[in-house]
Ligand binder design. Sequence first.
Ligand SMILES: Nc1ncnc2c1ncn2[C@@H]1O[C@H](COP(=O)(O)OP(=O)(O)OP(=O)(O)O)[C@@H](O)[C@H]1O
Length: 554
Amino acid sequence: MYRDRDKEMRLRECLGWLWKTSKGFRLPAVLNGLTGILQVSVSLCFVWVCKYLIDIVTRHTEASLYTGIACLIGCIIAQLLLSVISTRQGSRIEIRFRNRLRHQLFGRILESRWMGREKLHSGDMLNRLVEDVPVITAALCRNIPALFATGVQLAGALYFLYRLDPQLTGLLLFITPVALLFSKTYVRRMRRLSREIRTTDSQVQSHLQEQIQHRILIRTLEYTEQAEQALAGLQADLQRKVMRRTDFSIFSRIMVQTGFAAGYATAFLWGIFGLYDGSVTFGMMTAFLQLVAQVQRPMVELSRQIPAFIQVFTATERLEELSSLSPEEQGEAVRLQGRLGICLKDVDYSYPGSSRKVLQGFSHDFLPGSLTAVVGETGAGKSTMLRLMLALLKPDRGSVTLYNGKEREEVSPLTRCNLSYVPQGNTLISGTIRDNLLLGKPEATEAELQAALHTAVADFVMTLPEGLDTLCGEQGAGLSEGQAQRIAIARGLLRPGSILLLDEPTSSLDEETERKLLERLSRQVQDKTLILITHRETIAQLCTSAVRLHKEDA
Ligand SMILES: Nc1ncnc2c1ncn2[C@@H]1O[C@H](COP(=O)(O)OP(=O)(O)OP(=O)(O)O)[C@@H](O)[C@H]1O
């Protein structure tokens, strides 16, 4: 009982989501459906004109043969034109809808709240954007409008056939077991199989993405063979599941198509005997055969489309999960003027699902214009503290406040514009060094770029043959760790925020470069408040103050 109710609810939710998501594309899709209906009407006219012409030439009807031929040519031209219009129109709506949906979901992923850990693997998210979005858009822009046209074609052909021979129509309907495809058991089983396939497909993509991204590491760990074996295992699982669904749909389709074949044979024999005893004209016989094809084509189409429609529900569930990722607070950025301080007061924080308090009753006031070193053993909560300042995480208790001489503002995603963050490790993106720097300040001048590079002790960039236009690969490939780190610091310096957060900025630098960096930062960045995480006491001593975090604080 419960499972049924649950499923029905989910189905309704899926339809609701599809309805909401297709806003702005429903009217064009309906218009495309109408073009399809028009196409169907013309093809039924064509059948009627054929019968009419044959009846004229076999002297069963008296009328103008030339008018009939003109109508026949008219039908053929109209069919061609409508087919061109509907294909063009369909693909235009579909690509626009696909782009919009992907754009919306991409935005939602980028804006979603981060709880210290991603809910879904990035490969899985990518798989949903690449594979599930087209399933939805094809269904809404092409398959559903085509389904309406198919329904009209079926109804029209059945009506026409009924007018010619009610008994044959009844017999055809009885023989075709299309209802099988609508049965609850069929739909339920198909949905389960589709869901399993999509989940495994995501696992394959996640595996591929992760192993390709870390292929050098994989090679150095001599893990290549195992990585390939793991892929083979996942792919074998995917293949098994796909074949299970294929076998199931072949079985259902064979049942339906056997009915169709029997229907065609029945209509043919019916006509033959009718012709023999004179109750059927040649025109009627031609119409019979054409109409049976017109009834069968939509039914075969329907039986082919149903598994695709069931996949729409699986895709909807997967995309709905992306679109329901809760977004961060949206609104106008709150920028505070002048030098800023940031004050943490009685802050407690534990990551979701963990009882361990990473910070407990932590208080410190990072004064405006100060240069503070945050030191502490690994795992003491240094990076967590920066994440709280950036409002990526929210304290369980206590407050984190930004202030200047006049205003105080609790940190939120809207105050993030006041902070500039240089995370640990290599964070360069593929493109030129200039592209990377401009991420910090898109309108920065050449002089500003060079000044930032100088402060970050990254003057080496200007000595490279291509200078600022030197290309670097993903994650700064082509540069040393220490070079990439300094370019990332220069990018952070360009950002307009008044507080600069540096998470272990000197981990890949030699002592001399490290000292130079610190000197330049303290001399040339006097309008900013600097907070830097370090493991080195020598660096801490160069700062104006130091905060020490201990694991036992937890
Ligand atoms: N996303 C997360 N989910 C759950 N626990 C986490 C998460 N990130 C960090 N932790 C835990 O929180 C604690 C503090 O981590 P944090 O990264 O803040 O330490 P850290 O002092 O910056 O360490 P390090 O010097 O090694 O960078 C650690 O025990 C870590 O296991």
